[in-house]
Design a binder for this molecule. Structure first.
Ligand SMILES: Cc1cc2nc3c(=O)[nH]c(=O)nc-3n(C[C@H](O)[C@H](O)[C@H](O)COP(=O)(O)OP(=O)(O)OC[C@H]3O[C@@H](n4cnc5c(N)ncnc54)[C@H](O)[C@@H]3O)c2cc1C
Length: 418
């Protein structure tokens, strides 16, 4: 590495210190390359902070699946807790909507599930390894993820169970009694459950991301807090223009989550990304009525998760512009439902808002930029970016080192859209 405070150089500069960028920086250091990780905020304070903390073994079937067409009519009135949509956004983004729906057909289920299964499997191994290496093992809970239905939705639960079993992913079908045995502190409102038993969760995804960032620093990587303004080609490498200086590097990894399209537009890449916005709010837990794991109320359209600072209730999807003003209607709708089944006190903070970055096929972009050497894409992880960050980072590091990722990353190639 060379240069003064305002001008630096490295083999690789990673843009964005969410879970994806932090993971990429760490994996790049593990391969012996010098790295600078840049973010305008401290690591893990945006989308990677506010998620439900689920390390999901079973999220191999994206939201755009055939059953979406059955639920679409229930979204038309725009009152659903599962999905709200801004009509003006929808008109402006009709192309993305149609492409998203075109992927929700039978023929597109298995290829995407197989691709995500490879990515998720590789990532869960890394999370379990890194969380121990980072010295924060107490943050991971191997208690699974419980999906529950109020109605007798045995067929839906069994279909999901069987689908996962085809990929060797274990889950357990539960009746009301079995749910109560697992979660004695919730009201027995749920008739059917499915325990994703190989899924883990963490009590603070933001702090886990920060712990991985400390590993980056501990292994000799540099962290720089600065606003990224532009990305400019520079000989056979790159110049990253920051608010307070410049970094030169042979390789650049774009891991800016929902902000990734902005930096790539001037280079001629029109990334077809939508923002599935979501909210959370945390509430004081009752220590005598603890939850053991994240619980997903499938019909109520919320997840409630025991976190370091309280019970975190997360909302469904809001399709609108990334930076449009917040609308907490979905959160307001689901918090009373959560309160009716779990005991918790007052809100510990104001609602948080984030944006799940989603491409029309719900697969991330992981790989080389189609028209620029030394430019690597690592974004678009929709609902499962916290789970899949480590393997995404490791795959990009492998590609930069001209090695093969540990899973088949061909389905994630950026050239499928650009
Ligand atoms: C409500 C909700 C619940 C979720 N639950 C889960 C879950 O349980 N499990 C799961 O696996 N996933 C979950 N997700 C998805 C997951 O949170 C995301 O996919 C993931 O965090 C994306 O990580 P990232 O590193 O790509 O982006 P981010 O974490 O957003 O990181 C991008 C970084 O880029 C930085 N940045 C952007 N622009 C600039 C700039 N110009 N200059 C400098 N820095 C910049 C930002 O500050 C940020 O730190 C959930 C998401 C939401 C919204």
């Amino acid at each position: 590495m060379a240069g003064g405070a305002n001008e630096q150089a490295a083999d690789v500069v990673v843009l964005g210190a969410g879970i994806v960028g932090v993971s990429a920086a760490y994996a790049i250091r593990e391969r012996g390359l010098s790295v600078i990780l840049v973010d305008r905020r401290p690591p893990g304070e945006e989308t990677s902070h506010g998620n439900a903390g689920i390390l999901s073994s079973g999220s191999i079937l994206p939201l755009n699946k055939p059953s979406l067409f059955k639920t679409l009519p229930s979204y038309l009135t725009n009152q659903s807790a599962a999905l709200r949509w801004n009509p003006f956004w929808t008109i402006r983004n009709v192309d993305w909507v149609l492409r998203f729906l075109a992927n929700a057909v039978d023929a597109r289920v298995k290829p995407r599930a197989a691709a995500l299964h490879g990515l998720i499997g590789a990532s869960l191994k890394l999370h379990r390894d890194w969380i121990a290496r980072a010295g924060v093992s107490e943050r991971i809970r191997e208690t699974g993820w419980l999906k529950v239905w109020r109605s007798e939705a045995v067929a839906a639960a069994r279909a999901e169970h069987d689908f996962l079993a085809d990929y060797g992913i274990k889950s357990e079908l539960l009746d009301r009694q079995a749910i109560s045995a697992l979660e004695p502190n919730i009201v027995p409102s749920y008739a059917v459950g499915l325990l994703h038993s190989q899924t883990a969760s963490v009590d603070s995804p933001g702090n886990v991301t920060k712990a991985y960032a400390r590993m980056v620093a501990g292994s000799g990587g540099l962290l720089r807090q600065s606003d990224i303004k532009a990305l400019v080609t520079d000989g056979d490498g790159w110049r990253v223009v920051l608010g307070d200086g410049v970094i030169r590097a042979r390789h650049v990894v774009v891991a800016l989550g929902p902000w990734s399209p902005d930096i790539l537009k001037p280079l001629g890449y029109k990334v077809p990304m939508a923002f599935e916005r979501g909210y959370h709010q945390e509430f004081t837990p009752n220590p005598a009525r603890k939850l053991q794991r994240p619980i997903h109320d499938a019909e109520g359209s919320f997840v409630m998760t025991p976190m370091e600072n309280g019970i975190r209730v997360t909302s469904g999807v809001e399709l609108t512009d990334r930076d449009a003003p917040s609308n907490v209607a979905q959160l307001t709708q689901v918090v009373p439902l959560a309160r009716a089944v779990a005991e918790f006190g007052e809100a510990v903070a104001a609602p948080w808002r984030g944006a799940r970055p989603t491409l029309p096929d719900s697969l991330p972009m992981i790989g080389p930029a189609p028209r620029h050497s030394g430019l690597w894409f690592a974004f678009g992880h929709q609902h499962i970016g916290f789970t899949t960050g480590p393997a995404t980072g490791a795959a990009v590091a492998a590609m930069i080192a001209q090695d093969r990722p540990s899973f088949d990353a061909s389905a994630f190639s950026p050239s499928r859209y650009l």
